[in-house]
Design a protein around this ligand. Structure first.
Ligand code: 13P
Length: 265
């Protein structure tokens, strides 16, 4: 526990809107969120707050967030900067839209769109090379958990994604542990189970890249984070914030999760 040095890591709460919200709805949600958090939860000492809308809403969300400390992120990217890649979006284009982060390797990308460990590694490396910090997602299926393979699988995904990155790049990486069986199910991992995997992730980063880097790396938990479980999850020594899906689509519930992160400090 003493190695986790939670104080040095600023909590991060990110809302992954997935495939939701029209432009009008996105602007409305941002306005409501800013109003909800006007109570000081967003001051410089508080948690960092990020929202990740669909690509088409990034520009509108950026404009709606202007003047607010909340930043915006993209949900995916392609590893090539430009070229004949119909339908893709690259890191330089996301930076052009002032994105603060990009989510990489979400389980829905891996499951439904075939993103392999190798693709995740290339995406993370391309984002970092362009100067865009990735939020790299890892997580096991229910079958893998039941077979006792959680750590093997999660650490395998982690090591595959971080392979070849230099220390300076690694220092900008955020990891999100999202057990697939907890995503969108209403059944979050218990704080103890989530903490155990977070501790294993931090230990693996320490073993591979040194304790200092591991102690500074932010590890988010994702999977049915709600206002009523956020505080206990984020009170765990190695859980530095949350990647929130469903509950981030509502200003009131997302703001409550942000407040839970503020208490953690
Ligand atoms: P839910 O919070 O809806 O379970 O989604 C989690 C998630 O996938 C965030 O990326």
């Amino acid at each position: 526990m003493s190695n986790s040095q939670t104080q040095s890591r600023r909590p991060l709460v990110a809302g992954n809107w997935k495939l939701h919200k029209t432009l009008g709805e996105a602007r409305e949600l941002v306005a409501a969120l800013i109003a909800e958090l006007a109570d000081g939860a967003l001051d410089a000492a508080g948690p960092e707050v990020v929202v990740a809308p669909v690509f088409t809403a990034l520009s509108s969300v950026r404009d709606a967030l202007r003047g607010s400390p909340i930043t915006h992120a993209a949900q995916d990217l392609h590893w090539e900067a430009t070229g004949a890649f119909t339908g893709e979006v690259s890191a330089p284009l996301l930076l052009d839209l002032d994105c603060a982060y990009v989510i990489v390797g979400h389980s829905e990308r891996r499951q439904f769109f075939g993103d392999s460990d190798e693709a995740v590694r290339k995406k993370a490396a391309a984002a970092l090379q362009a100067g865009l910090p990735p939020i790299i997602c890892v997580g096991e299926s229910l079958e893998q958990r039941q077979a006792g393979d959680t750590e093997t699988h999660v650490l395998g995904q982690l090591r595959a994604a971080l392979e070849g990155l230099d220390p300076e790049a690694l220092a900008r990486v955020v990891i999100a542990y999202e057990p697939i069986w907890a995503i969108g199910t209403g059944h979050s991992a218990s704080p103890e189970d989530a903490q155990a995997v977070h501790a294993a992730i931090r230990a693996a980063v320490a073993a591979d890249h040194g304790q200092a880097l591991a102690s500074g790396m932010r590890l988010l938990y994702g999977g049915s984070v709600k206002p009523d479980n956020a505080a206990t999850l984020m009170a765990q020594p190695d859980i530095d914030g949350a990647l929130v899906g469903g509950a981030s689509l509502d200003a009131n519930s997302f703001a409550a999760i942000v407040r839970a992160a503020a208490i953690r400090e």
